[in-house]
Design a binder for this molecule. Sequence first.
Ligand code: BG6
Length: 512
Amino acid sequence: MPKVEPLPSKMEILCAETPGEPCGMVVFGASGDLTRRKLLGSLFSLYRRGLLSDKFYLIGCGRKELSDEDYRKVAAESIKSSQADDGQVDSFLSKIHFVSGNYDDIGFYEKIRDRLNELDDKFESCGCHMFYLSVPPSLYGQIASLLSEVELNKPGRCNCPGQPRLVIEKPFGRDLASAVELDEQIRRHFREEQIYRIDHYLGKETVQNILMFRFANAIFEPLWNRNYIDHVQITIAESLGVEHRGGYYDRSGALRDMFQNHMLGMLSLVAMEAPTSFQADDVRNEKVKLLRAIRQIPVDQMDKYIVRGQYGPGDVDGQPVCGYTKEEGIDPDSSTETYLAAKLFVDNWRWKDVPFYLRTGKRLAERVTEIAITFRSVPHSMFASVGLDQMPRNILVLKIQPNEGIQLGFQAKRPGSKACMSTLQLSFFYNEVFGTSPPESYERLLLDCMVGDQTLFTRQDDIEVAWKLLTPVLEQWQSSGQKPFEYPSGAESFLHADMLIEEDGRKWRNIS
Ligand code: BG6
């Protein structure tokens, strides 16, 4: 097992988290799924780690008629699996409140404003506010506009820079035009530096580690280019189906749900140039620059570059499951893709002609997210004379989840005959080394938002560049009327997805 060296004192300071600033956080959609499953638990965890300011409080907002006490019960239910003593739970819950109303009613926003004023005094939070919109994006424009009508888009008493903050979740539009329109609606009332667009993948510890791994080690960067890298594979495989989100998913599909955001986000981190600093805009400028360099997918030869699938019936973990079109909330004639594989090229000096193969799908054999970098073969095998003419290639795998870690395959001699060789792995597993699993990504993102650090949040130009690349694909699918290929639930892959990579003489990595 790798040894973790003790930290030098300067690093100890850097490793200490900065607690959040005083903040009144308002969550719209407070009794919804995301709030209950992720936000409340993450806030409680921050609280337990001493990372919520004493001057933090939360107002849940929604259409349901709930009192503070009712909502505290909802919150208690959401955090009940955390191992905490009753005292901690009670004191966290005492920070939680609820305001009910309709999103299109100005009276609702006036009630929120009055409650904020009252609680700002009680918690001495200085009028610093964060509005988290955990509601469908169709409501973003309206909520932003009504917040501004009651002047809640203005800085509070302390006049903190970049306040109040507005946090929104994907999808940011369905295509380029709708993404631009959505942004215009929000930007009438909030400036870019107030807007925190969440891509929860960027909050994952192992996704952030891509930057550390690449730019805090001198040994990899000289090899990180077309001279040494044969190709890159990025995979997000899920074994779950659409679950209870059929209504949303059937209007989105894998391209909008995973590819435009999480997949391209990981691609940009793995392929971008070194930012000059770890400041938000230095990092985000490089991400956008990389996305701009991705070669447009030729729509007249799309099948060579992009393949769609939809899961049919099959078995997952030994259990029979239905096909996508039989799931709740799905049109029985749906053409929505639940799988997408693509081959992309980045047209710049570093990456010219290196293929990036990306794939994501639901109801596959396993849940695996990883980035695998395959290096070129050795230029000449001196072992050819003893029968080793084809050397396996070195593959570096950044394991994002589960079993978070890094693995590098290399060839070594095994005991036995002089030519006995095998591929061994140098590996680091987060769990083994740090004795813990990485924290929930929302903890990182909520905390960053509370300290005003936008590095891990997506900027609007990033979103527009991604849509520019993908909107022609969506249009082509729509005009061709072609349906996605069916694959059995629980599959590793399927014929057409395999052909995309095998025609280039390469293979997808196994996911199970
Ligand atoms: C979400 C998608 O953004 O990411 C879901 O909307 C998907 O469809 C989820 O299941 C996957 O996230 P994770 O963190 O479980 O890999």
